[in-house]
Design a protein around this ligand. Structure first.
Ligand code: GLP
Length: 259
């Protein structure tokens, strides 16, 4: 893992956006993995701004969403396909149909999850996946206790996740769906490159477990310890429960990762 502790959101945003810009520069028809949630938003905004300046294009790229609530109607504003269209895709030049997400509104969500996995495999695989992390250590919607080698699947959401996400549903826990379709931990692990962004003290325990804890289904993000090209961008608060920060900072300095 490449652990970078940034001093500002601006720095985190630039580094995250640089990774997308670089991958698309090298491979214009790259397959991107897109996360929802608040954490990646500044990176998406920066990419929209770079696109407007002509610095990056998505016209030959494709993208797969990480996850989608089950049971929301296709036009629900908090559905992740709508979220990503509103917050990112509509601001850049993806071609019609280039951004796909799991069909959480399907009659058979289990079949929809299997179909989604097949589509990702058929695309040749994700070149760059951006991730956030849940306070319970989930990535995508892979909740604690699930298989560390899962393909895309239907997942029941923990009470903590539903409490965390109630802010998107009029602060009403009961409106938050109980299930989601998510790329599995095996699916995510197959991405060639991963960047995870985390901000705030509420993420610090999950971040510490992900980086310095044992690999465990209890902290699903810890699976990233097995990935050989995962970059973790943290602010000071999210990094505050890590033990080896001096070492991570020394490496970042030696490698000029923050320049
Ligand atoms: C959501 C999403 C995750 C996201 C996480 C953190 O439930 N399914 O993909 O990473 O929770 O969200 P946020 O970035 O808003 O804190």
């Amino acid at each position: 893992m490449k652990i970078i502790i940034v001093s500002s959101t601006q720095q985190m945003t630039q580094l995250g956006a640089d990774m997308f810009t670089q991958v698309l520069g090298e491979k214009p028809n790259a397959v991107l993995g897109l996360a929802t949630g608040s954490s990646p938003l500044p990176v998406y905004q920066e990419l929209i701004s770079r696109h407007k300046k002509g610095a990056v294009s998505f016209k030959d790229a494709r993208a797969f969403l990480l996850d989608e609530y089950a049971g929301l109607s296709a036009d629900h504003p908090e559905g992740y396909r709508n979220f990503i269209k509103r917050e990112f895709a509509s601001g850049v030049d993806f071609q019609e149909g280039a951004v796909q997400g799991p069909m959480g509104d399907a009659d058979d969500v289990y079949q929809a999850a299997r179909d989604y996995e097949e589509s990702i495999v058929a695309s040749g695989g994700v070149d760059l996946q951006i991730l956030g992390i849940g306070t319970d250590g989930h990535i995508g919607f892979n909740e604690p206790g699930g298989s560390l080698s899962s393909p895309s699947h239907v997942e029941y959401l923990t009470e903590q996740t539903r409490i965390d996400n109630a802010r998107f549903f009029d602060n009403d826990f009961n409106q938050v769906p109980t299930r989601a379709i998510t790329q599995g931990l095996a699916t995510i692990s197959r991405a060639k490159k991963i960047v995870l962004v985390a901000q705030g003290a509420q993420k610090s325990q999950a971040v510490a477990q992900m980086i310095e804890g044992g690999v465990s289904a209890l902290w699903p993000a810890s699976i990233l310890q097995f990935h050989n090209d995962a970059t973790i961008l943290l602010d000071e608060a999210a990094a505050s429960q890590l033990q080896n920060t001096a070492f991570y900072r020394a490496i970042a300095e030696a490698e000029a990762l923050l320049n």
